[in-house]
Design a protein around this ligand. Structure first.
Ligand code: DX5
Ligand code: ZN
Length: 232
């Protein structure tokens, strides 16, 4: 099979004191996307980073910056991330009163747009907005924290999402990425790929060696994720 698999390190688990170097090193180790988790202590019970940090890291890498908004409401903050250099902006249907409008807002600002589904949120939200979506992000943990365990029921949900996306792509000719977020590691990534994901967020699995001074400290974990994917 000739599938493209993308690995998206979640910088939530990186060392924030040396964030710029962390990003350079993790991308150099063979990852594709900077997954940028934005939490507001309202939609989720944690508080993280905002547009200023996105703007600061933008010049450091050519990699795609994938902004995952765990924020409510989303419309006020979307333009700030577009200005800060985000390539993809995703949000949860629960984070906006008007899903279609918020998706259009992201696109109008020149970014790729996506919807994020919590473990118990139904995929039905996709049905009338596929044309406005570039990425579907399935949460395989409840949002708010890194380092949680993958919820196995999400494999079935991935298969369902894959079916919807493939049917849409067949009809429209347009590709939509299917990203999984939460608890991904070298032991489960092959099963997750077989279930239909093409883009894999990994935070704690990758950054567990973030205190090391070795610039190649992420090579072996990224290689083991890639090796498992190759077996999928
Ligand atoms: C959780 C975040 C995830 C998280 C993933 O709310 O959206 O991106 O950082 O971390 P791990 O890979 O440790 O589950
Ligand atoms: Zn995330």
């Amino acid at each position: 099979m000739n599938k493209t698999f993308r690995i998206a390190p979640s910088i939530l688990s990186a060392n924030f004191a040396t964030l710029g170097q962390e990003i350079k090193d993790v991308i150099a180790s063979g990852t594709d996307i900077v997954h940028f988790d934005v939490m507001d202590n309202h939609y989720v019970p944690n508080l993280t980073i905002g547009p200023l940090v996105c703007e600061a890291i933008r010049p450091l890498t050519d990699a795609i910056i994938d902004v995952h908004l765990m924020v409510k409401p989303v419309d006020r903050i979307i333009p700030d991330f577009a200005k800060a250099g985000a390539d993809i902006i995703t949000f949860h249907p629960e984070g906006t009163e008007h899903i279609d409008r918020s998706l259009s807002l992201v696109r109008d600002l020149g970014c790729k747009s996506g919807l994020v589904f919590n473990p118990a949120t139904p995929l039905d939200y996709l049905d009338y907005v596929m044309d406005k979506i570039d990425m579907v992000l399935l949460m395989s943990v409840n949002p708010g924290f890194g380092g949680q365990k993958f919820i196995p029921e999400m494999l079935k949900k991935l298969t369902e999402a894959r079916k919807k996306i493939d049917a849409y792509t067949e009809k429209s000719g347009r590709e939509i990425w299917l990203e999984i977020d939460g608890g991904v590691n070298p032991e489960n990534i092959a099963d997750i790929a077989r279930a239909g994901a093409d883009t894999f967020v990994a935070g704690s699995a990758i950054f567990k060696n973030s205190n090391d001074a070795d610039p190649n400290r992420y090579d072996s974990i990224v290689k083991s994720l890639r090796d498992s994917l190759a077996a999928a």
